[in-house]
Design a protein around this ligand. Sequence first.
Ligand SMILES: Nc1ncnc2c1ncn2[C@@H]1O[C@H](COP(=O)(O)OP(=O)(O)OP(=O)(O)O)[C@@H](O)[C@H]1O
Ligand SMILES: [Mg+2]
Length: 483
Amino acid sequence: MQSIRFRLAIYYSLALTATMVAFGAAVYWERTVTAPREAEQKLKATLKSEGEFAVNVLVQQARALRKLGTAGADSTKQLVADVKAYFDPLPDYVILADATGSKLQYLSTQASTLLPETLDAVSAMVQRRPPPFGPGSLTGGAGEAPLIYSLAEVTDVPGVGAVFVAARPYVDISGLRSVLLSMLMMTPLILVTSGALGYWLAGRSLRPVEVMTEELDDIQDGTSLNRRLAVPTGEDELSRLAQKLNEMLGRVEHSFVALRRFTADASHELKTPLMVLRAGVERSLTHPQTPGEIVPALDETLRQINQMSELVTNLLTLARADEGRASLALTETDLRTLLTDAAETAEILGEARGVTVATELPDHPVLLPIDSGRIRQLLMNLVTNAVKYTPRGGSVTLRLTDALETVSLSVQDTGIGIAPGDLSNVFERFWRADLARSRTGEHPGTGLGLAISQWIAEAHGGTLSAQSRPGRGSIFTATLPKP
Ligand SMILES: Nc1ncnc2c1ncn2[C@@H]1O[C@H](COP(=O)(O)OP(=O)(O)OP(=O)(O)O)[C@@H](O)[C@H]1O
Ligand SMILES: [Mg+2]
């Protein structure tokens, strides 16, 4: 979960950074391509009106001179001297040419810095017939950037036939550069902010998944299979997922219930025929006319029938427990009595196998409301295991501990022990450490004893736990809470 959230936050900030970079690049590219074109258009318009202004000035001055009566070559000279004051301070290139273009009458301060080739090109332009009046661009002498110009026709002015006004296009993208630079410098801050924001957003979007996981976590076993996930409102993917999971849970529950039912029914149905079988075999065994040579076979049959009855009883117990139908009949009982009884049985079992039995009991009564039949069953399961899995010469100790809030019943042996990896499996149904020798070998059994014992402890609100060291022995402890 955490990692998807983290990944989403990273993707989010990466996407944002990529968008920013792409945006910056696009703006930069667009500006460097379009800005010169725009600047050229603007410049052309400016130069056109500057040209018109120049023509106006010339016409006014010529008119003034005419009034004064100045004429001939002097008038041109005088005119140039007069307009100088207007044109020299202009930042643009201003050139006045005669009508034929053979003579450039005036060059503004700026224009006199132009290369001779450029000036020749201006002359050549005016010499063309007709001259290309209007705006345009001119590639001047080597090493000079192209000029944008406006050529205007002048009439009625002595010695001047055309005004050439030009400038170099100038595009300033330094502003843009500094904006992009600040964007670049802010990138780490944006990355961190967007990362945090992304983390928060991803957390919010994934919250329903987390809730669903927690809810699924609570569905641990058959008893909680009837639970369903809360379906998030709306018609989004998560609510569909929750619906589908709920449908699946429904199907699983259905199969689970059917299986449980079947186990309960089957074990119940098997009980009566097994009883009849046992009675038949027992009668045959005691019948005087039974031939002696078939007695061993009958003995073995009886043994198998007994084992099968035990299995069927165990299965039925677990199936009922699963269905919640195995209720407890609680009565206030002194646990010492139960433990003493169990120890007696253990002694009988142990005697045959060379195992000694000891008990450690408190000297005061330990009263607890319990189902004494079930707790006896639990103790018997632990005791038979302890004797069964302890080699000759070993010992089994039954201990009753009366603590502040709990009472513990433990059965300790000095037997073969359980491998650490197997310790978590011993309470599972049908799990047995020596599968190969399972039902018939040295340690016969069905593998249901501890599963039933655990259920009994839990049904009383307690726990059953195991500790063991291979070769050194095991200790099984049932801890029951005091009311
Ligand atoms: N005291 C013990 N020492 C060593 N191994 C044990 C002990 N108690 C249980 N085990 C292991 O745990 C397994 C499961 O025990 P459980 O009592 O559930 O089944 P079982 O004794 O084999 O059969 P049954 O259903 O007849 O009791 C055993 O087969 C055995 O391998
Ligand atoms: Mg057992």
